[in-house]
Design a protein around this ligand. Structure first.
Ligand SMILES: NC(=O)c1ccc[n+]([C@@H]2O[C@H](COP(=O)([O-])OP(=O)(O)OC[C@H]3O[C@@H](n4cnc5c(N)ncnc54)[C@H](O)[C@@H]3O)[C@@H](O)[C@H]2O)c1
Length: 435
């Protein structure tokens, strides 16, 4: 359903990152007067020059709309908005407690620059209860009453940056959403807004807490399933069974099985973070999420396991890990993006350093953290390789090239290389749960 008619409402998006920027572009594309507010000056300058501050296909294709989002570091633009959508980060600290400062600071700015009857929608990932228990008290303190002075709703973002989601045809315009609100009117307003920008079903939830819970459930589901296959990878490795082949076999069952694949660990802003929100919130209510804790533990163990695989391979070759130049192919947490957040690469580097390995980092998307300029230089300088990220450029390498450069051992952290070809060339190979 195309709906590019002019809308009378003005929309402001707070936080122009991976979530907020595509959303702001979409809002402008759908004919709303749009403002984008972010405290990152560099980001705002780039957007004003119609340059995307990060690599994202959806934005690249709509660069011409960047000037339409009226990007600004001035929070007073919020005064003009009938609808404010909050897309600021919600990370966890080293003890995995949620950090609400960015969210609270956004709420304080909204209150300071409020417009009567404004609809405030939180898209940031939060645990059940945050809107009511953490955010609304700030409005109450300012003597603002929900349903009278303002409306608040939650619509958890489901965007999945990178080529994977794009190739499956999903982006901010067509992923079904859930919406929850504090009041009936707020719910209707939020539902109407999303129906005007998204060409997919918008499901109203029974409460704001239910909407908050959806997101953590979605990501915890992923974390648990990935932990299961990571555990299988470790056990099948001992039994000499190729876990990837087994999962592909099991996935031929047309119902009641959903394929998840093992790897060197999970990364990104969501899966390794969101389950902790639920664990912590449930703890406050006197419930211990044992299953979620174990899943986190297993997935957190995978970077060290990956390094252990390399250690063993080098031992088999009579080489010491100490001093051996080990090239890292990729640093970002997923393919074809420059996103380093919670990337297993960080822990892999730490583990390799502990063992005294000489690390050579290369990620074509993250030049600032690369030790070499190109793939050829990486292969020239390395004796062994750990594939951390399945960027297309690594998938395109003919295994003969590894041989040509004298690579002795490869740990395939994402099980994406041609193991048979590599082994035939006399190069030692280990995947995660495949030999
Ligand atoms: N990236 C994803 O794949 C994804 C998917 C679903 C949900 N989410 C959730 O969406 C939220 C945003 O994630 P993201 O990936 O877009 O983060 P991001 O770090 O890419 O972007 C957040 C932006 O908010 C800005 N910001 C921080 N505090 C601010 C403040 N007080 N006022 C104005 N701007 C502020 C930052 O400068 C940054 O540009 C998080 O809660 C995340 O968990 C992310």
């Amino acid at each position: 359903m195309q709906n590019n008619k002019k809308h009378s409402e003005t929309v402001a998006v707070i936080g122009l990152g991976y979530v907020g920027l595509p959303l702001a572009i979409r809002v402008a594309e759908r004919g709303y007067k749009t403002y984008g507010f972010d405290m990152d000056k560099k980001k705002i300058e780039a957007i004003k020059k119609e340059r995307s501050p990060f690599k994202e296909e959806f934005i690249e294709k709509r660069k011409h709309l960047l000037s339409k989002i009226n990007a600004s570091i001035d929070p007073t633009v919020l005064k003009k908005a009938d609808i404010v959508v909050v897309c600021v980060p919600t990370p966890v600290d080293e003890k995995f407690y949620p950090i609400f400062e960015p969210l609270i600071s956004a709420i304080e700015l909204i209150i300071k620059n409020r417009k009567a009857g404004q609809l405030i929608i939180i898209e940031s990932t939060i645990n059940p209860g945050v809107c009511e228990e953490v955010l609304i008290p700030f409005f109450s303190k300012a003597k603002l009453v929900e349903s009278k002075d303002y409306f608040i709703a939650h619509c958890p973002e489901r965007i999945n940056p990178g080529k994977d989601a794009v190739s499956k045809g999903y982006n901010v315009t067509n992923i079904a959403r859930v919406v929850g609100a504090m009041s009936k009117k707020g719910l209707l307003m939020a539902q109407k807004f999303y129906e005007s920008i998204i060409d997919a079903p918008i499901k109203p939830m029974g409460s704001i807490k239910e909407a908050e819970a959806c997101k953590v459930v979605e990501n915890s589901f992923r974390d648990i399933n990935i932990a299961f296959v990571n555990e299988l990878a470790k056990s099948f490795n001992k039994m000499g069974i190729d876990v990837k082949n087994v999962i592909e076999g099991a996935a031929t069952k047309p119902f009641a099985f959903m394929a998840h694949y093992p790897s060197r660990g999970v990364g990104g802003h969501c899966i390794p973070v969101d389950p902790y929100y639920l664990i912590e919130r449930a703890k406050e209510s006197g419930f211990d999420h044992k299953f979620l804790r174990v899943a986190r533990e297993i997935n957190n163990s995978m970077p060290a396991y990956t390094v252990e695989l390399m250690h063993n391979l080098l031992n088999e070759l009579g080489l010491s890990i100490k001093g051996t130049p080990i090239g890292l192919m990729g640093l970002s947490y997923k393919a074809n993006v420059d996103d380093l957040r919670e990337s297993p690469a960080i822990k892999i580097i730490e583990e390799l350093k502990k063992k005294g390995a000489r690390i050579i980092r290369f990620d074509p998307f993250i030049k600032s953290m690369s030790d070499v300029d190109n793939l050829e230089e990486l292969l020239q300088k390395s004796k062994a390789l750990i594939l951390v990220t399945n960027h297309q450029v690594f998938l395109d390498i003919d295994p003969k090239v590894f041989k040509k450069f004298g690579i002795k051992a490869i740990v395939d952290g994402v099980n994406c290389l041609d193991k048979e070809k590599i082994k035939k060339l006399g190069i030692k190979y280990r995947g995660i749960g495949r030999k």
